[in-house]
Design a protein around this ligand. Structure first.
Ligand SMILES: C[S@@+](CC[C@H](N)C(=O)[O-])C[C@H]1O[C@@H](n2cnc3c(N)ncnc32)[C@H](O)[C@@H]1O
Length: 204
């Protein structure tokens, strides 16, 4: 399948649990860094496991994804927990990103090709208010040696060096490569190499 948007729609139409319903472990571990009740933007949150969990914690959640099937599952999950999320169906590379609007941006396993990655990462930072927090977890380039999930193209995988370049204008509170054991739905299972970052938009 050549069109990546069709790929995601097909994956999410197959199952309500491509990555499970449990939020990503790094998001759970770092949620204390987000201002209570703040506005959080989740680009590329697929079937909404992180969005819905954050809404259940009292955050005001907007999730943006180009997969209608993913967003439909996210809304079903939100309804099941009787919480509200704001879904936006858009391609993150052409979306008119809001600026200086969110207290936090949470991006989990959103992998973009090299020509779009930096542009979208800059937009994530600009979407934050000064002092706003970005949580990001993605598969590291070392993940090319594993079959536990993520893109099987080296140029779609990330590294700490790439992230420190993309977010050079932010204050980096944490940036690490980690080996983890994933147990996230059908498609993230087993030992994996990830890169994780907490960045803060400078106040000045
Ligand atoms: C591996 S899934 C991760 C889903 C979710 N963050 C999670 O952790 O369960 C990647 C998601 O990014 C979305 N995505 C990839 N490229 C995108 C783009 N250019 N615009 C909007 N969404 C995109 C896909 O539709 C998919 O939902």
């Amino acid at each position: 399948m050549n069109n990546p948007q069709d790929f995601w729609n097909q994956r999410f139409a197959e199952s309500n649990h491509a990555y499970g319903e449990v939020p990503n472990a790094f998001v759970q571990a770092q949620v204390g860094r987000l201002p209570a009740g703040g506005c959080v933007l989740l680009p590329g949150d697929g079937q909404g496991r992180n969005s819905v969990w954050l809404a259940r914690q009292g955050f005001d959640v907007t999730c943006v994804d180009w997969s209608e099937a993913g967003l439909a599952s996210a809304l079903e999950l939100a309804a099941r927990y009787a919480v509200q999320i704001e879904p936006v169906c858009a391609d993150l590379t052409t979306w008119l990103w809001p600026e200086t609007e969110f207290d936090a941006v949470v991006a989990v396993h959103l992998h973009l090709p090299p020509n779009a990655r930096q542009q979208v990462h800059h937009a994530m930072l600009r979407a934050l208010k000064p002092g706003g927090v970005l949580l990001l977890e993605a598969f590291d380039v070392e993940q090319i040696h594993y079959s536990s999930g993520g893109p099987n193209r080296l140029d779609m995988l990330y590294s700490a060096e790439m992230l420190s370049e993309d977010f050079v204008d932010a204050e980096i509170a944490l940036l690490e490569r980690a080996q983890v054991v994933l147990d996230e739905g059908l498609y993230h299972q087993g030992v994996a190499e990830v890169v994780r970052m907490v960045a803060v938009r400078s106040v000045t």
